[in-house]
Design a protein around this ligand. Structure first.
Ligand SMILES: [Zn+2]
Length: 78
């Protein structure tokens, strides 16, 4: 009777988080470009967000470690 709302997603493109889409980012490529633009001041932040797995980080060190470990572009959010 009850249906689970989530349908198996055959799309190989990872869906980005709501927070990333709110910023106008629609693909991992968009996020990578945004991170490149943040490059000069990226390390000065205190809030980071991975749009691929919706993880948040409170320091640039943990954000960078996630990028290296999982190959995800992590946005600075503050
Ligand atoms: Zn991630």
């Amino acid at each position: 009777m009850e249906r689970i709302g989530r349908v198996a997603d055959a799309d190989t493109t990872p869906r980005l988080s709501v927070r990333a889409r709110a910023l106008g980012l629609m693909s991992v490529t968009d996020v990578k470009l945004a991170v490149l633009r943040q490059q000069p001041v990226w390390w000065n932040g205190s809030q980071y967000h991975c749009p691929v797995c919706e993880a948040d980080f409170a320091s640039p060190g943990s954000a960078a470690a996630h990028t290296i470990a999982d190959q995800h572009p992590v946005l600075r959010m503050d």
